[in-house]
Design a protein around this ligand. Structure first.
Ligand code: BGC
Length: 493
């Protein structure tokens, strides 16, 4: 059956529950999109001059760290099949495609002294194909795949990286910016720093919590700000695009209405999200982080806080470096106060010092323990409005995993309907949400979980050399939503 035939037949089969789903139309100019990231879909890991990145290195040197020893060597083969990807996006009827650039495909050594033309051509072709089909590119400059040579000399915890990233970002604006309206410098700095340099579950796998993660964050914030200023000064006048960063968090709901639990929940939001958002959308790190980390560091015997300090000049330089706000949100957690952790080893989690948990009776995704909490996104969006002075927000990722080859993914349909319903309600609350991207356009390489968890609107057959793509029922539902701006059968204005 053709993609169109499949989508039509499935649409008829979906009964869209009206109960409690917001039945107001999304605003006319609201943008619906779908998202992926370079390492998770491109494959062609060493083709046409691409250099090695930290995920190539991590996986090839320690295959046992990834479920089933899976790799991203081929992934969805989007390097060769990008036209099929764009055809899927066109079929979905989305306004934008969020994808990321592989730094080492453009700059094999990480530095701008050597530009890899086939890599540049690949992205130029992808952007052209999108534009020819009426789809806006929303480009993430960095989604976790640092060139290995830059890690070999220290990676994100080292200061040189700020300038290296800024030069790479400038090159991206120069090469692609005439055709790009929306940029993100980074995807999820929390995951880069906690995952890569704190707990070590992401490449490069360094376990230095309470130290490496804070240093990583310090340079990511400076690198982001520098890239934003470069765009502002050198490109904005001619390219007229918008630059931001995507920050992720769970929603933290106080476990009770006690004052202590309210404080614990707010502290968790400030540690996870405010760590990155406060310097950019307000100014400097959150006070609560500065105070707690300084106190614990001194008690541990350090001579200064493990949280590096920005100078006044740096604080001013970073503050205000956004044109909109990018956020990723998947789930929620209850936050409860707990007794102060005794002074011991440095740890981001001891510094944070809360009890976070997800009750058993919250519904889970069919594969992961991750809980489905649509109400959390509405609360989160309202919190963003209050905490950061009502910025324009794009939800750049939201989605749910399963592990099977189920094409009739009714749970995912329900997930999108319920989360989007809460996004729509947040708009009624006065939150300025201007766009939303489903994670993900297609099943892909899920980092340490390999191919055991699938988030796609499109199924990808990883056993076939063709990496055949097939729309799921959720693709049919999302298409209806993107085209009608309505979550149920009929909507009110
Ligand atoms: C990341 C994606 C990832 C998704 C689902 C986000 O943290 O940006 O790369 O695949 O979550 O786990």
């Amino acid at each position: 059956m053709s993609v169109r035939g499949f989508i039509f037949c499935c649409l008829l089969a979906i009964s869209i529950a009206q109960d409690e789903t917001n039945n107001k139309l999304f605003p006319k100019d609201f943008m619906f999109g779908a998202a992926t990231a370079s390492y998770q879909v491109e494959g062609a890991w060493d083709e046409d001059g691409k250099g090695e990145n930290i995920w190539d290195h991590h996986i090839h040197s320690s295959p046992e760290l990834i479920a089933n020893n899976d790799t991203g060597d081929v992934a969805c083969d989007s390097y060769h099949k990008y036209k099929e990807d764009v055809a899927m996006l066109k079929e979905l009827g989305v306004d934008f495609y969020r994808f990321s650039l592989s730094w080492s495909r453009i700059l094999p050594t990480g530095f701008v002294n050597k530009v890899n033309l086939p890599g540049v051509t690949y992205y130029q072709n992808l952007i052209k194909e999108l534009k020819d089909n009426g789809i806006e590119p929303l480009i993430t400059i960095y989604h976790w795949d640092l060139p290995q040579p830059l890690q070999d000399i220290g990676g994100w915890p080292s200061e040189f990286i700020v300038e290296a990233f800024a030069e790479y970002a400038r090159l991206c604006f120069e090469l692609f910016g005439d055709n790009v309206k929306y940029w993100l410098t980074f995807n999820e700095p929390y995951q880069i720093c906690i995952g890569g340099y704190g707990l070590g579950y992401n490449a490069p796998g360094i376990k230095l919590t309470g130290l490496g993660d804070y240093m990583c964050a310090h340079h990511i914030l400076q690198a982001h700000a520098k890239a934003w200023h470069i765009y502002d000064q050198e490109f904005r006048a001619t390219q007229q695009g918008q630059v931001s960063i995507t920050i992720d968090t769970m929603w933290y709901e106080p476990a009770s209405d006690s004052e202590e639990d309210l404080v614990a929940a707010e502290r968790a939001l400030q540690f996870d999200f405010g760590w990155y958002a406060n310097p950019i959308y307000n100014s400097d790190y959150p006070e609560i982080m500065k105070t707690r980390i300084a106190e614990r560091s001194l008690a541990e015997g350090f001579k200064q806080s493990r949280l590096p300090a920005f100078t006044d000049e740096e604080i001013a330089y970073i503050s205000g470096t956004f044109d909109y706000m990018g956020v990723n949100m998947y789930t929620s957690m209850l936050a409860a106060a707990k007794d102060e952790v005794p002074i011991a080893e440095p740890s981001y989690f001891y510094d944070l010092g809360i009890d976070g948990y997800q009750p058993d009776d919250w519904e889970s995704a069919s594969i992961s323990t991750s809980k489905i909490t649509p109400w959390g996104i509405r609360k989160f969006l309202n919190w963003l409005k209050e905490t950061y002075n009502n910025p324009a927000i794009i939800v750049t990722e939201n989605g749910i995993p399963d592990n099977s080859s189920v094409i009739d993914d009714v749970k995912r349909v329900r997930f999108y309907r319920d989360y989007l319903s809460n996004v729509r309600s947040a708009i009624e609350d006065g939150v300025n949400v201007i766009g939303y991207a489903a994670w993900s356009l297609m099943d892909n390489f899920e980092w340490g979980l390999g191919y055991t968890q699938k988030f796609g609107l499109y199924h990808v057959d990883f056993d076939s050399i063709n990496r055949t793509r097939t729309p799921k029922t959720s693709a049919a539902y999302y298409k209806k939503v993107a085209e009608t701006h309505c979550l149920v059968d009929t909507c009110e204005e």
